[in-house]
Structures are given as C-alpha cells and as structure tokens.
Ligand binder design. Structure first.
Ligand SMILES: *Cc1c(COP(=O)(O)O)cnc(C)c1O
Length: 327
C-alpha cells in the first residue's frame, strides 16, 4: 500500500485550479543542440511567487482551510515561506513565518509584503523552528512543512501530470533535489503515467543532504555550506517520513555539481534562454551543459525528449548582476 495515490495528485490538481498556474513546457533550441535530443524547460518561474513551491503550499492550505483551520505557521524564509504567505492570503487565513534575528531585513520585508506576520525569535534557524512548534502546541496554529508532507508532495506532483500530458513520450525528467518534495512528487506521478521515464536528481556537491542519505541508506545530517543554489540547502530531517523513501524508490541517478558549473548555468539561462534564474533552478541546465545528463530511453535506442524543471527565479538581483558581469 503506497502512502500516495495518483488520485491524490489529481485531487491536488483540482484544488490548484485558478490558484496556481499550469506552466508552459518550452523547447530550448540551444540546449537541444547540446544534448542532441529535444530539451524542454518546465517554467515554474512564472508562478506568482516565483517558484513551484506555491503548488505544495496551496494544496496543503486548501485542505487545512476546508478542515476549519484559520492559522498556519512555517519557519522557512525562502520560497516555501513566500508560498505559504501567498496561499494564506488568497484563502483569507492567517500566516506566521518564524525567523531568527539573523535573517536579512529584505527577507523580513518580503514576508510582510505578502501579508504574513514575521515573528523574529532567537539567533538561529533552530530557534525559529522551536517558536513555530510552540505556536502549534500552545496557540492552535497548523505547521506547514516545506517538503515532508503528503499534501505538499501531491501538490508538487501536479508538475509530473502536466509534463506527461504535454509530452507523452518524455524519456527523462531532470529535477533539482533538496528535501525531495519536488522529486518525490514528480517521480511518483510521472512513473505512474509513463513508467519508462528516467528520473534524474541534480544538486550541489557541498551539503547535499538527500544524496548523502541515499548513499547511507537512511537520513543523515550534513554540514550546511554556502552555495549559489541556496534554495537547495538544508537537511532532510533525521525523522524524515515520506520524501526519503519515495525518492529512493524512484531515483535513477543523482548528479552533483560544483559552484562554477552552477554559475555557468545562470549565465546560460540569461544569455541563451533570456531567463533570470536562481542557482537552484539552473542545476538541470548546468548538468546538461557539463555533459552530465545522458538520456537513456529504457525501451529503445532513440534519444527521447528531456525535460528540465526550472524551479525558481528568486535570486538576489545584485548577486545575479555580479555573476553575469563576471562571465
Ligand atoms: C525548494 C526548492 C527546490 C527543491 O525542492 P525540494 O522539494 O526541497 O527538493 C528546488 N528549487 C527551488 C527554487 C526551490 O525553492
């Protein structure tokens, strides 16, 4: 008995209708030439909060709101926090984002601009996390985790349905990999619909918690290191319930990238695809440019279409300028 069913994913898709965009799948002539196979970009960057995280957060919040919940909390200041804030406002419920005093003011402002409460506590992400847990215990908030939750996974999985609908002969899907909510969801849906599809996860060399956990056969801790792919940082949780096993069951390969390759991906996206992308979103492009994505279609010798999920646009614009300027 699987924890997730394809029916759950179709139900998630109905909940997202009118709230989250059905994003386009656009062929990249430049990358198709590099790969010697058709390459398509799944453009999650055009979601209202600039990343796919809106899918999982919206699915989880619609379900919570239907169950009568009026207040949600998270401790993420990145794309998940933005997504929770946006979805809460759309549903007319209260959102609180707990963060430490070390979070830069522009991130605090971004959360407040989305109508959420920013609660500043302590001096570490751990302190922020504890405050979120306290709000759940003592003040009746519902916690919405960034990846290890079945409604979040089912929301991200709607991307897999869209890809299978738009490109039924898809041979390979390349997914930025961190906590694995995106990978687990997309791999689940895509392999249910197109069982021969090859699923490739891509992440940075330094601090890749899911990769280290897959290698160890169980969730492990890794040291967090600064990376251009900042949205891929963070652990998977030693008490991981869903994303580790769902990912392990369906992952065909994991590709690790160094920082220079990620920078090249940001430059290629800008110059050739005319896209401003954050580091986490370019890892598929970067892996392909580095010759690290080799399409092997399980059923034939032909090189079938490759889809790269382009996950987010939320890069600090000065950092983007510096990377483009240095190229
Ligand atoms: C969160 C995120 C990812 C990784 O998603 P997981 O579900 O944590 O694996 C990739 N790209 C961007 C832009 C993200 O915000």
């Amino acid at each position: 008995m699987s924890v997730l069913s394809l029916a759950d994913v179709y139900r998630a898709r109905r909940r997202l209708e009118g709230r989250v965009l059905r994003t386009p799948l656009v062929e990249s002539p430049a990358l198709s030439t590099v790969a010697n196979a058709p390459v398509y970009l799944k453009l999650e960057t055009i979601q209202p909060t600039g990343s796919f995280k809106l899918r999982g957060a919206t699915n989880a919040l619609v379900r919570l709101a239907e169950a009568g919940c009026r207040r949600v909390v998270t401790a993420s200041t990145g794309n998940h926090g933005r997504a929770v804030a946006h979805a809460a406002r759309a549903l007319g419920i209260e959102a609180c984002v707990c963060m430490s005093s070390l979070v830069p003011p522009n991130k605090v402002e971004a959360v407040r601009a989305l109508g959420a409460q920013a609660r500043i506590v302590g001096r570490s992400q751990d302190d922020a996390q504890h405050e979120a847990q306290r709000l759940v215990r003592e003040e009746g908030y519902a916690y919405v985790p960034p990846f290890d939750h079945l409604d979040v996974i089912a929301g991200q999985a709607t991307i897999g349905i869209e890809i299978a609908e738009d490109l039924p002969d898809v041979a390979q899907i390349v997914v930025p990999l961190s906590g694995g909510g995106l990978f687990a969801g997309v791999a689940f849906a895509a392999k249910q619909i197109a069982s021969a599809v090859r699923m490739t996860g891509v992440t940075m060399e330094n601090g890749a918690a899911m990769h280290a956990s897959l290698a160890a056969g169980k969730p492990v801790l890794v040291d967090e290191v600064a990376t251009l792919a900042d949205s891929l940082g963070g652990g998977i949780g030693l008490d991981n319930r869903y994303t580790f096993s769902l990912t392990r069951e369906r992952v065909d390969e994991v590709v690790l990238l160094d920082e220079a390759s990620i920078a090249r991906g940001i430059v290629h996206a800008y110059e050739e695809e005319r896209l401003v992308l954050e580091g986490a979103a370019v890892v598929g492009i970067a892996a392909l440019l580095a010759g690290r994505v080799r399409c092997v279609n399980g059923t034939s010798a032909s090189r079938g279409p490759i889809v790269l999920i382009v996950t987010g646009a939320n890069i600090d614009i000065d950092q983007h300028r510096r990377i483009i300027g240095a190229a």
